[in-house]
Design a protein around this ligand. Structure first.
Ligand code: PAF
Length: 276
């Protein structure tokens, strides 16, 4: 596997990969790769020649967040990628967001859900993803549905800027107990990780209540909140929205989404579930 640290070289390689009719799949990550990333990569490989990037983007972390301590393990990540037969890893040698003077900002509703608790987050995400798209110019880019609001905003960015990239959503990969895989799960000890599994279980119970006939957004949300509190979670938000995340639903229908962020033992987790 070739580890590319230079922007000009990455651009050149990407251009070559597209010759004469090659398609490039791109999986942007912040490293500390886990089953969720592996699933994105496996999906990417089905669509084209695959490039993975690893860059812990300072611009998407708030002042009081875990940028400094965010888990990093480039050596092991490279081993995983070699095992997956990935030919190209882009790992920029310099901070490619430093000194940026123009930014990609999300629409008004990026200031809801995650945006309320992490006001600069999506500006940081959209700006780095746009930069990576400009360097790699992929035909396909893959994003996990755990970060559902991120996926929606990146799709809108690609549409608004007429980018020639197709944004492909990939199902959340979960531990056996239902906990969504996340690099931040490494912050938990075994006992706390086990208790964190109740996050998904609470969302699942709410989805089951919908299946059993409850359609009131208010009642379902209250049920979810009570379940989350019972497990000892501090809730940042738990909301039922339409799948485009534009309205909070009073009357819930199949296809709507329950989306939530909680804090537990100093770790912030996000997850969601669709009503069926
Ligand atoms: O989902 C992530 O890991 C990050 O937000 C991304 C898309 C790699 C941008 O830094």
């Amino acid at each position: 596997m070739k580890i590319i640290t230079d922007i000009a070289e990455m651009k050149r390689i990407s251009k070559d990969l597209k010759k004469p009719h090659g398609r490039v799949s791109f999986i942007p990550t912040m490293g500390k790769l886990h089953g969720g990333h592996i699933r994105l990569i496996e999906e990417g490989k089905k669509y084209g020649k695959t490039v993975v990037s690893i860059f812990v983007n300072p611009m998407q972390f708030g002042m009081d967040e875990d940028f400094k301590n965010y888990p990093r393990d480039l050596e092991n990540d490279a081993k995983i990628l070699r095992g997956l037969n990935i030919a190209y890893l882009f790992s920029p040698a310099t901070d490619i967001v430093k000194n940026t003077e123009t930014f990609v900002a999300g629409p008004k509703y990026s200031n809801q859900l995650e945006g309320i608790f992490r006001p600069e987050h999506f500006r940081g995400v959209l700006t780095i993803v746009m930069k990576l798209f400009c360097i790699i110019n992929p035909d396909f880019a893959f994003f996990g549905l755990k970060d559902y609001q991120q996926y929606i905003l990146i799709k809108k960015m690609a549409r608004d800027y007429f980018l020639d990239v197709q944004i492909i959503p990939v199902e959340t990969v979960r531990e056996k107990c239902g906990l969504a895989m996340s690099s931040r799960n490494t912050y938990f000890n075994e006992t706390d990780k086990k208790n964190a599994c109740n996050f998904h279980k609470s969302l699942k119970k709410t989805a089951d209540l919908f299946k059993a006939g409850e359609k009131s957004g208010g009642k379902l949300t209250l049920f979810a909140i009570k379940e989350l509190i019972k497990s000892g979670f501090e809730i940042d938000y738990a909301k039922i929205m339409d799948k485009g995340l534009s309205i909070e639903k009073q009357s819930v229908e199949a296809g709507d989404i329950l989306i939530s962020a909680i804090r537990f033992k100093g770790v912030r987790l996000i997850d969601n579930i669709f009503f069926e």
